[in-house]
Design a protein. Structure first.
Lengths: 131, 610
C-alpha cells in the first residue's frame, strides 16, 4: 500500500532522508536518500515531499528491462542494470537517485523507515506495510 | 575519527591558498567541536590587539561531532571571530542545514583568514573548493542573494549569505541561511563582509563515519520517540519560542520602550497565537529537528508585504516590546527588513529604541536624525534600519551599536544604552530578575541568553524547563521584590556549564531547555557515534572556561517602569554587586583559581585576551 504524503505537515527537517540512507545503505549520507524534500522559498513558502508512487515510468523506459515489479514495488535488478541512468532522467518525481560511489541508480522500495521517523506525521504509512 | 568528518578546511582569502588539514585528535578530545573549536582556534591563532576588521581576523565556522547525525536537532553550526560588536571574543550559532552539509562535504571546520581582493563567494562541492567572483550578488539582500544563488547553483546547495549590513560593516550584521535562520549576534556577518565574502555555498554528498552504526541508528530512533513523548512536543512546538511571550509579560520581564518597563499592554497582538492566526504558512525546521520552532509566513503592512520566517520570541521582544510595534504583522515586517538587510533583530531593535528615547529626551534632534522618530511606528523602524545599513547620516553612528553611539552622543544617553560589553541585551528585562542579570553580566560575548537562561530560578525558585514554566498556570498580578539568593550564582554557573555542551556537540539546546529532553540521552548517542565514553558535563565545562575568562561587567541600576508585575522594582546595586562577587568567588567561576564544578581549573593554561 502507498503511503499518504501530507505536504503541509512537512517542516523540511530532512530526518526522513537521513533515516532512508541509514536503513537502505547503512550510511549517514542523506545524498543517497530515495525521497526528496523541496523547499519553495521565499514564495510560496512551503515544502513539497517527492515520494515514489510506483508509477512505473522508470520500468517502462528501461532499455534493458532491469526494473521489475515485485510484491507491488518496482526494484532495480543490478545484475541487468547497465547504469545508463535513463530512468533517472524520466522519473517524474525526481526520486530515481544516482548513488554517489555506485554505478547503479536506486529507488524507493516502500520500506517505511521515513514514515516511522517523521516527527511531523508528514509521511504516513499504512500499518500493514510498516509492520 | 568517528562522528567527525576529519578535516579542517583553511582558506587564505588574500593569497587564495586552500589547505585541507587533518582534524587534530587531541583538539577533538579536549574541545569536542562547535563552540569549543571556535574558542580553541581563536585562542591559538588570533593575533592579539588587532581591529576586528583587520584582514588578520579569523572567520570560523565549526560543526560538532553530532552535527549531521541522527540526533534530534543536529543542525547547529558555530561561527566565531574577534567581535566587531564588543572587540572581544565572538561566537554566534545558527540552525538550518549548513553545518551538516559542510560535514557531508568532508569538513568539520572552515577557517577563513585574509581578505579577498574583490567581492567573492566560496563554492564548496565535496572536494572541490573555489573562491568565485560575487559581483552579481554584491549589494543584494541576504534573502534575495540566497534565492539567486540557489537558482544558479542548484537546490541542493546550502548557503549562508550576508546582506548590505555585512558589506557595510554594521557592527551587529548577521549571517543568513535557509531564508530565515541567522547567526545573529556579535557581528559575525560584518567580519565576513570585511573579508569581501558575500556567501558560502556548500553541497556535500559524502558520509560520516560512525563507531557503531546499528546501535547509533536504534538509539537515534529511540531518541525521537522519547522527544515525542514529552508534553512540550505537542504543546510547545506549535508556537515555538514565541509561545513564551505571555509568560514573560506576566512575570514582568518583557522589555518595553527601550527597557523602560517590563510589560506591554498589547502583548496578545504580538504573541505566538497571533503568528498562527495572522502569518503562518508552514512550520520550518532545522536539520533533523523534531520540534520545528521556525514559523514561516506572510505579512502585510502599510509599508509592504513580505514572506518571512518568524518572528521568534527575541524579535517580538525587541521590536514588539522595545520599539512597541503594535501588531504581529508589523513586527514580522521589521523582522523581514532585518533579514533582508542582514542585521541582527536583537541589537537593531535595541539600537532603534535607544534612538527613539534619545529623541524623546531631546538628546538627538530631528535635524540630526533626519526626521521625527517615535515608538509604535513602523516607518521609524524602516527609516532607521535603512540609514543604519547604508551608514548614512545618523545611521553611521547607530551602526556602531548603543555603547559606542552613547559614548559619542553623551548627555547621559549611556544610562539607557542597554548592553553588556557592547552587546545589546536580549529579550529579558531583568532588573527584577537578579540571576538573569548576573547571567548577562558574566557572559563572555556580552548580554546574551545563549550563555545562561535562569529566569526559572528567579521566578519559580528552581531550574525548570520552559514548557513547564509556561504551562504552570496561574496569573501573576504582582511580582515580589526580587531576592538576591545565595544560590543564584550557582544556578547561573550551572547553566553556563550546561549550555556549552550543546554548542560543542553541534546540536540544539532547545530539546533540553524547552522540552526537558535529558542530557543523559546524549551521553549514549555520543558513545555510539564517536566510540568515546565521557562525562559530557565535564567536557562542556572546559568550553565554558575557555571562553569565559573575560572580566565581567556590572549591570544597570535605575528604577524600572510604571506597569506590569514588576513595576517600580529595582535591584539594589549593593546586593547585585555581592552576587556578582559571589559568582566570581564560586569555585566554578572563571575568576576562581580552580573549578570545583569540572576539571578545567587544573588544565587551564591561559586566558582569552583580545
Amino acid at each position: 500500500m502507498m503511503p499518504t504524503v501530507i505536504h503541509e505537515n512537512c517542516s523540511g527537517c530532512g530526518t526522513c532522508k537521513l533515516v532512508c540512507a541509514m536503513e537502505n545503505f547503512s550510511a549517514v549520507q542523506p545524498a543517497r536518500a530515495l525521497l526528496r524534500i523541496e523547499g519553495r522559498f521565499p514564495a510560496p513558502g512551503d515544502y513539497q515531499i517527492h515520494f515514489c508512487d510506483q508509477c512505473g515510468e522508470c520500468a517502462d523506459n528501461c532499455p534493458v528491462e532491469a526494473i521489475v515489479m515485485e510484491s507491488g514495488v518496482y526494484r532495480v535488478d543490478q545484475a541487468l542494470c547497465t547504469g545508463c541512468m535513463i530512468c533517472v532522467e524520466v522519473c517524474p518525481k525526481g526520486v530515481m537517485v544516482e548513488q554517489p560511489g555506485s554505478e547503479f541508480p536506486a529507488k524507493c522500495i516502500l520500506c517505511g523507515a521515513c514514515a516511522k521517523i517523521c516527527p511531523r506525521s508528514a509521511i504516513v504509512m499504512p500499518e500493514a506495510v510498516t509492520a | 575519527m568517528y562522528g567527525y568528518a576529519g578535516t579542517i578546511l583553511r582558506i587564505n582569502l588574500s593569497t587564495g591558498a586552500i589547505e585541507k588539514q587533518p582534524l587534530d585528535e587531541t583538539m577533538a578530545e579536549q574541545y569536542i567541536g562547535g563552540r569549543g573549536f571556535v574558542a580553541k582556534l581563536l585562542f591559538d591563532e588570533l593575533p592579539r590587539g588587532i581591529d576586528p576588521y583587520d584582514e588578520k581576523n579569523l572567520f570560523i565556522a565549526a560543526t560538532g561531532p553530532l552535527s549531521g547525525h541522527l540526533v534530534p536537532a543536529s543542525g547547529k553550526t558555530h561561527f566565531g571571530a574577534k567581535s566587531p560588536a564588543t572587540g572581544g571574543y565572538a561566537d554566534s550559532n545558527m540552525g538550518g542545514h549548513f553545518g551538516p552539509a559542510l560535514k557531508y562535504a568532508g569538513y568539520d571546520v572552515l577557517v577563513l583568514t585574509g581578505r579577498a581582493p574583490a567581492p567573492s563567494y566560496l563554492f564548496i562541492e565535496d572536494g572541490r573548493v573555489e573562491i568565485r567572483p560575487a559581483d552579481a550578488y554584491w549589494g543584494q539582500g541576504a534573502l534575495i542573494a540566497e534565492k539567486n544563488m540557489k537558482t544558479e547553483l542548484g537546490e541542493d546547495f546550502q548557503i549562508i549569505t550576508i546582506g548590505p549590513a555585512g558589506e557595510k560593516r554594521v557592527r551587529y550584521a548577521c549571517l543568513s541561511h535557509d531564508f530565515g535562520r541567522q547567526a545573529g549576534r556579535s557581528g559575525v556577518g560584518a567580519v565576513l563582509g570585511s573579508k569581501q565574502i558575500k556567501a558560502i555555498a556548500v553541497k556535500g554528498t559524502g558520509s560520516l563515519p560512525v563507531f557503531d552504526l546499528k546501535k547509533a541508528f536504534e538509539a537515534g530512533k529511540e531518541a525521537y520517540k522519547k522527544v515525542a513523548a514529552k508534553p512540550g512536543f505537542t504543546e510547545w512546538t506549535p508556537e515555538g519560542t514565541a509561545g513564551i511571550t505571555n509568560w514573560v509579560n506576566e512575570v514582568g520581564v518583557f522589555p518595553t520602550r527601550n527597557f523602560k518597563t517590563s510589560f506591554s499592554d498589547h502583548y496578545e497582538e504580538i504573541n505566538g497565537k497571533a503568528i498562527l492566526k495572522k502569518l503562518k504558512i508552514t512550520d520550518k525546521g532545522c536539520y533533523c529537528c523534531p520540534t520545528p520552532c521556525g514559523k514561516y509566513g506572510h505579512t502585510k503592512t502599510k509599508l509592504g508585504s513580505a514572506y518571512v520566517e518568524g518572528p521568534e520570541y527575541e524579535t517580538i521582544a525587541l521590536f514588539g516590546g522595545n520599539c512597541e510595534l503594535k501588531t504581529i504583522e508589523e513586527v514580522a515586517y521589521a523582522n523581514y527588513l532585518c533579514d533582508e538587510l542582514g542585521i541582527d533583530t536583537i541589537s537593531s531593535g535595541a539600537v532603534i529604541s535607544w534612538t527613539i528615547e534619545c529623541f524623546e529626551k531631546g538628546i538627538l534632534s530631528e535635524k540630526e536624525i533626519g526626521r521625527p522618530v517615535k515608538f509604535s511606528d513602523l516607518e521609524t523602524v524602516d527609516y532607521l534600519l535603512e540609514k543604519i545599513v547604508a551608514r548614512e547620516g545618523i545611521g553611521d553612528l547607530l551602526a556602531e551599536g548603543v555603547k559606542k553611539a552613547s559614548e559619542k552622543v553623551g548627555q547621559g544617553s549611556d544610562v539607557f544604552a542597554i548592553h553588556v560589553k557592547g552587546l545589546e541585551w536580549t529579550g529579558y528585562e531583568c532588573r527584577n530578575a537578579p540571576s538573569m542579570m548576573l547571567a548577562y553580566m558574566t557572559a563572555d560575548i556580552g548580554a546574551h541568553h545563549s550563555r545562561a537562561w535562569v529566569l526559572g530560578h528567579d521566578m519559580a525558585g528552581a531550574w525548570t524547563n520552559v514548557h513547564d514554566l509556561v504551562s504552570g498556570g496561574g496569573t501573576v498580578e504582582r511580582q515580589p521584590q526580587a531576592q538576591i539568593k545565595a544560590e543564584s550564582a550557582r544556578y547561573v554557573i550551572d547553566s553556563q556549564h550546561t549550555r556549552p555542551l550543546f554548542d560543542a556537540l553541534g546540536i540544539c539546546r532547545l530539546q533540553l531547555m524547552e522540552l526537558g529532553f535529558e542530557v543523559e540521552n546524549y551521553v549514549e548517542l555520543f558513545y555510539f557515534i564517536t566510540g568515546k565514553k565521557r562525562q559530557l558535563g565535564f567536557s562542556a565545562g572546559a568550553v565554558f572556561h575557555r571562553t569565559h575568562p573575560i572580566r565581567s561587567q556590572r549591570g544597570l541600576f535605575y528604577p524600572q517602569g510604571e506597569n506590569g508585575a514588576a513595576a517600580g522594582l529595582v535591584l539594589r546595586g549593593q546586593g547585585l554587586g555581592c552576587q556578582w562577587a559571589s559568582h566570581q568567588r564560586h569555585p566554578g567561576s572563571p575568576g576562581a583559581r580552580r573549578c570545583g564544578r569540572c576539571t578545567e581549573g587544573r588544565r587551564r593554561t591561559g586566558r582569552l585576551i583580545f
